[in-house]
Design a protein around this ligand. Structure first.
Ligand SMILES: Nc1ncnc2c1ncn2[C@@H]1O[C@H](COP(=O)(O)OP(=O)(O)O)[C@@H](O)[C@H]1O
Ligand SMILES: [Mg+2]
Length: 429
């Protein structure tokens, strides 16, 4: 095709100059007729080229529209990512709990990391909501209260956990035969066969306190006894209570027992009682006072409810020596049950319980393993079994063999030793 200039395309009709130019281009020696034919040909050529270019133009237009839509999309993405970067760059806020409102805009808070601060308040916050116990967020630098953290529903209700069914049974517990027997007599029977007690004319026990070093199976025992009865199982954990719900402790205890009554028969399980019932409250600041109030309320409720055998209290503590003597007064916990570290036989049993569903090699010798694990708790033995299983997976074995168990025992034992080194004397490891 011949080269055409822009004007050839944009003008539909040839004017006089164009004709002259065409004549000049043609420069043929033919007749006028040949020239007309030439012009017609040329016109058709240019027309088809014109429509061609129009098509291309349409195509480019649509491509442009597509690119523009892409551009919008990417711009949105960029804005989103920029916002994300901003969000990640802003300083974190410190979570704190209000302990006391001291004066105009002066508030005493305890930060979640421990220390207490006297802080200012942003003027945009609702003063009525700044009450002791409320959760707030502090600016990290100025420590001023910048935000109120909404309480998740009713904090009292969420602090206790109503567990409908427990999947732990006595068979899942290694050793601890006497302790299980104690729980059967003092918790299971009063709840499942209250008439046996009335027939004989004795009042069923009100509460059982389990004590023993961490990881010896106290929580496990409480869950297993709950599994045996159809009672509502309400669990509160002392340490969580202390950390999260200062300011609302006594209300929580009231709610707890109210719910236990409403949903009776029920088992109220107070785990880690030492966290709330410790007598070492020499530094009596607001938070500790609150813990003390919670404890007093707990004791009052325990004294208060009638023994009809439809509510039973089970508590667990790692340390008996730090408990407030008041909690051990007769009439509160009828039975105080020691949950000891497992002896050799118990260790064999615990190892068997935890390897029930494992593919074991023939060379696994539980007696030997029990002899090697003199100072371990049930929780440590559980960790040993898990670790041995992981090793077998790592080596891509068909089953867990003795060598994996021995390696795992050594690993867990050295961990326990390290832990004991850092803990001050007299503490349980
Ligand atoms: N006697 C036991 N038999 C079987 N497993 C146990 C035993 N004691 C502890 N464990 C294991 O250790 C874990 C922690 O035990 P837990 O009952 O929470 O200890 P505690 O409440 O006394 O600190 C349990 O989930 C269980 O796997
Ligand atoms: Mg426990």
């Amino acid at each position: 095709m011949t080269e055409t200039s822009d004007s050839d395309v944009s003008h539909e009709n040839y004017n006089f100059t164009d004709v002259n130019r065409a004549k000049y281009d043609y420069a043929g020696s033919g007749s006028e007729e040949d020239f007309s034919k030439y012009l017609l040909d040329r016109m058709r050529q240019l027309e088809s080229r014109n429509s061609n270019l129009k098509e291309q133009c349409d195509q480019i237009e649509s491509e442009k529209r597509f690119v523009e839509s892409q551009k919008l999309k990417y711009e949105r993405e960029v804005r989103r990512l920029q916002a994300e970067i901003e969000r990640l760059k802003t300083v974190p806020l410190v979570v704190a709990t209000i302990m006391d409102v001291v004066g105009e805009n002066r508030i005493l808070v305890r930060s979640s990391t421990g220390p207490q601060f006297m802080v200012n308040v942003s003027q945009y916050l609702d003063e009525d909501k700044l009450v002791p116990g409320a959760k707030v967020a502090l600016n990290q630098q100025t420590l001023a209260i910048v935000e109120l953290i909404p309480s998740s529903e009713d904090p009292a209700v969420s602090a206790m956990e109503v567990v409908t069914s427990q999947d732990v049974d006595y068979a899942d517990i290694g050793g601890l035969k006497e302790q299980i027997q104690e729980l059967i007599e003092s918790v299971e029977l009063p709840l499942t066969k209250p008439e046996s007690f009335t027939r004989i004319g004795i009042s069923p026990p009100k509460g059982v306190l389990l004590y023993g070093e961490p990881g010896t199976g106290k929580t496990l025992l409480a869950k297993a006894v709950a599994h045996r009865t159809d009672a509502t199982f309400i669990r509160i954990v002392g340490s969580e209570l202390v950390q999260k719900y200062i300011g609302d402790g006594s209300k929580l205890v009231r709610d707890l027992f109210e719910m236990a009554r409403k949903k009776s028969p029920s088992i109220v399980f107070i785990d880690e009682l030492d966290a709330i019932a410790s007598r070492r409250l020499n530094d009596a600041n607001g938070a500790d006072r609150e813990v003390q109030r919670t404890l007093m309320q707990l004791l009052a409720e325990m004294d208060g409810f009638e023994i009809r055998g439809d509510i039973c209290i089970v508590a667990a503590t790692n340390r008996l020596d730090v408990l407030d003597p008041a909690i051990l007064r007769p009439g509160r916990f009828d039975r105080i049950v020691n949950v000891p570290m497992p002896d050799e036989d118990a260790r064999v049993n615990i190892l068997k319980v935890h390897t029930r569903f494992m593919n074991l090699a023939d060379d696994v010798d539980f007696d030997k393993l029990a002899r090697m694990t003199d100072t371990t708790s049930g929780a440590d033995l559980n960790a040993i079994v898990m670790e041995a299983g992981m090793l077998a997976v790592r080596y891509d074995k068909e089953s867990v063999g003795m060598s994996e168990f021995v390696d795992s025992v050594n690993k867990v034992l050295s961990k326990i030793e390290k832990k004991q080194e850092v803990l001050p004397e007299g503490m349980f490891g």
